[in-house]
Design a protein around this ligand. Structure first.
Ligand SMILES: NC(=O)c1ccc[n+]([C@@H]2O[C@H](COP(=O)([O-])OP(=O)(O)OC[C@H]3O[C@@H](n4cnc5c(N)ncnc54)[C@H](OP(=O)(O)O)[C@@H]3O)[C@@H](O)[C@H]2O)c1
Length: 297
């Protein structure tokens, strides 16, 4: 779905595993980009490539026709948007009436609604737009966006999304994007957790993990995520691509939403316990496929 873009003034806040390559693709497409990151040194490569570095989230939003945020979790996003007591440094305070704000962090639908109300007060249009595709998809401009919000607003941002994504889905009003994203990550967490259990069984029985993977890839049990993650799980290579701490956060957000909606998710609740254990034991940042370590204890 790549669309050629007219240069626009874009602010981007959050230069982690995902935000940095997304920002680089926006720069490469010729947009005027202002970035802010809590750890300013992470902006070096982007500044060398032509991005302007803002001193505060407010400053990153102030000139922007479009503002994007890509931070870790709901508390991080609240801090960036509303700023610090008495400092007047939050991005919301900088956004101009008529601008469009797109949040791609994975957060709760409840926070989406709070942000939507704050944006409406300022005549700012807002889309929740979480992504899937991992850091690899962010580098290649191959992400998939899940959008909640007004369809006409989405039409306006499509040329910008086209720089970062191969596809996007309009899923309903604000909050719909995050709801689908959380449900999808629940499936990924369970798939990878199930693969880890099956590998533990096969290896303890004296067989090789590769044998299970080979058969699985020729069967109905095959899947994109298992094709990518299972060889790494057998090798014990858990370099973070989608960090376990973020998957753990998403399982918590999914269970909170289920609780609000009165839906029981017993398998998701059990999976979160396992992810919690591995997160608690880890000394370093690990990919979520390190859930495999549970059976090594
Ligand atoms: N990685 C993936 O494969 C993937 C895929 C789809 C969706 N996501 C979602 O995308 C979002 C970003 O993921 P990521 O992998 O880029 O995470 P990450 O590498 O951990 O980066 C997190 C970003 O949030 C910033 N941040 C954290 N706490 C903050 C605070 N209190 N105030 C201001 N900034 C704060 C970090 O700043 P510092 O640099 O200062 O720490 C960093 O820029 C998350 O919501 C994640 O769930 C990730």
């Amino acid at each position: 779905m790549s669309i050629s873009a007219t240069p626009r003034r874009i602010g981007l806040i959050g230069l982690g595993l995902m935000g940095r390559p997304m920002a680089m693709n926006l720069l490469k497409a010729g947009h005027a980009l202002t970035v802010w990151n809590r750890t300013a040194s992470r902006a070096q490569e982007l500044v060398a490539a032509g991005a302007k570095l803002a001193k505060t989230p407010r400053e990153a939003a102030a000139e922007a026709e479009f503002l994007l945020t890509m931070v870790s979790d709901p508390p991080a996003l609240e801090e960036v948007l509303w700023g610090h007591e008495g400092k007047n440094d939050g991005a919301l305070g900088g956004l101009r009436a008529g601008s469009i704000y797109i949040d791609s962090s994975t957060i709760s639908p409840a926070l989406v609604r709070k942000i939507a109300a704050a944006c409406a007060e300022r005549q700012v249009r807002f889309l929740d737009a979480p992504v899937t595709g991992g850091d690899w998809g962010a580098r290649e401009g191959n992400l998939v966006f899940m959008i909640g919000g007004d369809e006409a607003t989405l039409k306006e941002v499509e040329p910008i999304l086209g720089v970062m994504a191969k596809k996007w889905f309009h899923l309903g009003p604000n909050g719909a994007g995050q709801t689908i994203k959380l449900a999808m990550n629940g499936i990924l967490a369970l798939q990878v957790g199930a693969m880890a259990e099956a590998l533990a069984l096969v290896i303890r029985a004296g067989l090789r993990g590769e044998q299970l993977i080979e058969v699985m890839q020729a069967s109905m049990a095959r899947s994109g995520v298992l094709d990518v993650k299972s060889p790494l799980m057998v090798k014990g290579d858990f370099k973070p691509s989608f960090p376990l701490r973020l998957m753990h956060k998403d399982l918590g957000l999914m269970l909170d939403l289920a609780n609000q909606l009165g839906v029981a998710l017993p398998a998701t609740a059990a999976a979160r316990e396992v992810y919690s254990y591995v997160k608690g034991e880890a000394k370093e940042d690990l990919d979520y496929s390190a859930v495999m370590r549970f059976w090594k204890k």
